[in-house]
Design a protein around this ligand. Sequence first.
Ligand code: XMP
Length: 518
Amino acid sequence: MDDRGSNEFCAILDFGSQYSQLIARRVRENRVYCEILPHDTSAAQISQRGCKGVILSGGPCGVYEQDAPQVDPGIFQLGVPVLGICYGMQAACQVLGGMVTPVEEREYGDTTLFVDRSDDPIFHGLDEKLKVWMSHGDRVMEVSERFTTLAHTENAPLAVVRDKEGKFYGLQFHPEVTHTRDDGKIINNFLYRICRFSGDWEVQDYVAQAVEEIRSTVGDKRVICALSGGVDSSVVALLLHRAIGEQLTCFFIDNGVLRQGEAEQVCGVFRDGFGLDFRFIDATDRFLEQLSGVIDPETKRHRIGHQFIEEFREAAKQFPDATFLAQGTLYPDVIESVSPFEGPSATIKSHHNVGGLPKDHGFELIEPLRFLFKDEARQIGKELGLPDEIVHRQPFPGPGLAIRVIGEVTRERLRVLRKADAIVQEEMVTYSDYRSVWQSFAVLLPVQTVGVQGDQRTYDDVIALRIVDSTDGMTADWVHLPEDLLARMSNRIVNEVTGVNRVVLDISSKPPSTIEWE
Ligand code: XMP
């Protein structure tokens, strides 16, 4: 594997920290290309890749626990600087001649770091007192004469250590989280002052390299791509189109539970705008038939997932000459399948995977985004001319409106929800902080309540508004929208959507609630 768009490479060895991806984000923000590799990656594998620096992540274990992950001692002979963070520091110090002991109580939270050697390059531009974020159960208590202590905290006499040659740095705290108030300087200093990276990595270079690679992999063969209109598959389709033009065929399956105008928008952008070979498959009837009489959300998910596979198989039959299937897999999904540790995200995702393709699809996979984070994929989308509405689209669940129509999904109930949801979208884009909102949508509840319209009593549907902030969908909080905006949404929905006489606002956070109502 070569380095994408840069001749320089930083390896991050993952010891299972919840922050490993954050470390990678910070490194890439410094324009240094990096990848997260399993903690047992050998020094030989790393050196093959022209590596200029290694970061050892934190991790949930104690170094003396049975089966605690170890670091290959050969890493310290590579001649490139190594930064050990928390567990990474402890695992390294153990190999390099230090003593690690458990502390009585886990140290967690804000701590003051007192810098003893402010002339060291790792502290360049920083004050002698720094707020840092600790989260550990063990700490390094003793180090051999090879080491110098650079900083301490009240509880940790060896909070930052360095070996005498300046090739290894160990930090007991987490510089990658924003609670460490160093303004990103510690990681920047490590990369530029210690590893001497030139910082030449740019997402644009990645595009050029991906295009080259796609061309040489595909040759004169045909590639198909199931386009959903989400950011990931849209960017993949455009990247492929740039690389191989008409050898790409995209198809879009309308499952009948999309938002208002969505199918038209995707057709407009890709077929009319970019001139892709784009096939539209209207599978509404078949999906709605599968959903008829179904109330249980898991059954809805299952049926939709199953039907999607059927539709995909049928569509693929039309391209017997296709060898490759392009997919918008992103880096976080790749890392999760590499990491030996299962985080909470692994469990949360299981139910979201319904809608994916079967493993035996018979195509070779092309996944040009597999080393990118979502915001990097967005940047590429922008670079390739993808319109803002798609680049910044909110996440939308695979089973679509089927899990937002609570109870049975019928054409009439979909009509009501679509109309109400379109009003929510139209009003939300007027909100000044719209880009920071994770999701904003309407939910149709399975209850009718009494209302009065003119002189008539009504007995109509209730719409709930779900508008949340989140960074990854795993936790979320409701957004405190301006009252006049909420009032406009509510008024418009009860006035414009026939069959709705009441609007309620969901003010629960996740946990204990979830984002979707289902
Ligand atoms: P919950 O409701 O579990 O949702 O808090 C977290 C995030 O995941 C999305 N979601 C789904 N995405 N298929 C998907 O592709 C699904 O079945 C599904 N269920 C929930 C949800 O919109 C939110 O962003």
